[in-house]
Design a protein around this ligand. Structure first.
Ligand SMILES: [Zn+2]
Length: 208
């Protein structure tokens, strides 16, 4: 016995979402089957509203209601420092610290050979263009201290090597394997101010 075509289709659509396996997709589909029509229209309307009103900033890829985003057009920010993060939520974590005054670049993920995420799936080539064309003097790599995050940072360092730019990374205050979003404000603040230079011989003190 198999599911009716419309249920099978909904399961298929859910299974396409990141981090949703077939079991979870099935559970979500049957949650929708059980839900009232009002609940379902609320969900559909929320999805459509995001699609209509939210777009990635064409400079930093942070999603928002305006393009360019408020950070990219803020003339009070330091325009020659770019903090590179994996996801929009990481940008928010760093903004909450309150001490960072530079710009951002959101990669929209991290490199993962296992999940088939390659450099072209991220916004790395646009980051390189920004560094080359916009007078960026420092790139702060603020990827998560995970295997994927480290791998992504190393790849970017390689790609930036021929350019005249200082490349730093967050100090190692955030536990390995953890994520920026779970770091306390104090730890993130220390990680930012104590950031170290990435060079050919590995990290050394940037002398902040
Ligand atoms: Zn932006």
């Amino acid at each position: 016995m198999s599911y009716s075509p419309s249920i099978a289709r909904l399961i298929e659509e859910f299974a396409r979402l990141p981090g949703i396996g077939s079991k979870t997709a099935e559970r979500l589909a049957f949650y929708i089957v059980r839900s009232s029509e009002t609940e379902v229209s609320g969900l559909v309307a929320a999805i459509e509203a995001v699609k209509r009103g939210i777009r990635p900033c064409s400079i930093c890829y942070s999603p928002g209601e305006t393009d360019p985003c408020p950070i990219c057009i803020d003339s009070r920010r330091e325009r020659d420092v770019v903090c590179v993060v994996e996801e929009p939520k990481d940008l928010l974590s760093i903004e909450k610290v309150g001490s960072y005054r530079g710009l951002f670049h959101v990669l929209m993920g991290s490199l993962s050979p296992i999940e088939g995420v390659e450099p072209d799936d991220l916004t790395i080539s646009n980051l390189l263009k920004r560094v080359e064309n916009e007078g960026i003097k420092e790139v702060i790599l603020a990827t998560n201290p995970t295997t994927e995050g480290d791998c992504t940072s190393l790849y970017i360092v390689e790609r930036l090597r021929h350019l005249d730019v200082k490349v730093t990374r967050l100090a190692r205050g955030i536990p390995a394997g953890s994520h920026l979003e779970f770091a306390s404000r104090a730890i993130l603040s220390d990680a930012l101010s104590g950031r170290t230079t990435f060079d050919n011989d590995g990290p050394s003190d940037a002398g902040e």
